[in-house]
Design a binder for this molecule. Structure first.
Ligand code: HEC
Length: 192
């Protein structure tokens, strides 16, 4: 018994040392991912706000349709991270989450239901994709009042916006939201 404990005490720091570099790498990746993912939403929100003030929500549809993917593309090229948006109730037919993203979005919903603030929901993880190690990170995109112009319940979306959305996105699932719900997430990844 005594010998066993002694070995355990000796072995513990060795295990901790061996694990330490991996932990600090992951902490660095998490920090980088936070920086990359937090750059776009505030910019997008500003443009959305401006456009809605100028031409109403109908005129601002193009912002979410063209500017958001364009900003994501530019940020991807600049940072080396692949960036996109996904949702369990997607509007863009391509914004369907893959298995990892779907599990994370469901976990976000659970954590929000358990009382966590939707604005702080994030998840970072090293995963293996097609045999290669990849760092993946997601951050929830919660709704605010402004979003409901285009993602809210029918009484919050003007008939003109409803008509345009129907025309552009016949299979639209991204309506019926209230404020402070999780609309989707920004999802980013980088090969290691
Ligand atoms: C002026 C209308 C409008 C407003 C306001 C708006 N959106 Fe959108 N949203 C859209 C459109 C249109 C798309 C589809 C874009 C595309 O084709 O990629 C979209 C797509 C998204 C997506 C990508 C996933 C999907 O379902 O395709 C997310 C996430 C999203 N919006 C979140 C938000 C949030 C959060 C807000 C508020 C901060 C917001 N949106 C405000 C119109 C809007």
């Amino acid at each position: 018994m005594k010998t066993f404990n002694f070995i355990r005490i000796l072995a513990l720091p060795v295990i901790a040392l061996a694990a330490a570099p991996a932990f600090s790498d992951e902490a660095k990746l998490l920090e980088e991912a936070r920086g990359v993912s937090s750059a776009i939403p505030p910019k997008l929100l500003n443009v959305l706000d401006e456009e809605i003030k100028k031409g109403g929500p109908e005129g601002a549809i193009g912002v979410c349709r063209d500017k958001a993917p364009a900003m994501a593309k530019a940020a991807s090229e600049k940072s080396g991270w692949a960036i996109r948006r996904v949702s369990l109730k997607n509007r863009n037919p391509k914004a369907v989450p893959d298995a990892w993203e779907e599990a994370v979005l469901k976990e976000f919903d659970k954590r929000a239901a358990a009382g966590e603030k939707p604005t702080g929901l994030e998840k970072g993880e090293v995963v293996t994709m097609d045999g290669k190690k990849v760092y993946r990170y997601m951050k929830a995109l919660p709704t605010q009042d402004l979003c409901l112009n285009c993602h809210g319940t029918p009484d919050r979306i003007s008939p003109a916006v409803q008509a345009k959305l129907k025309e552009l996105y016949p299979a639209d699932k991204a309506v019926g939201y209230h404020a402070a719900e999780i609309r989707g997430a920004i999802t980013i990844k980088k090969p290691l």
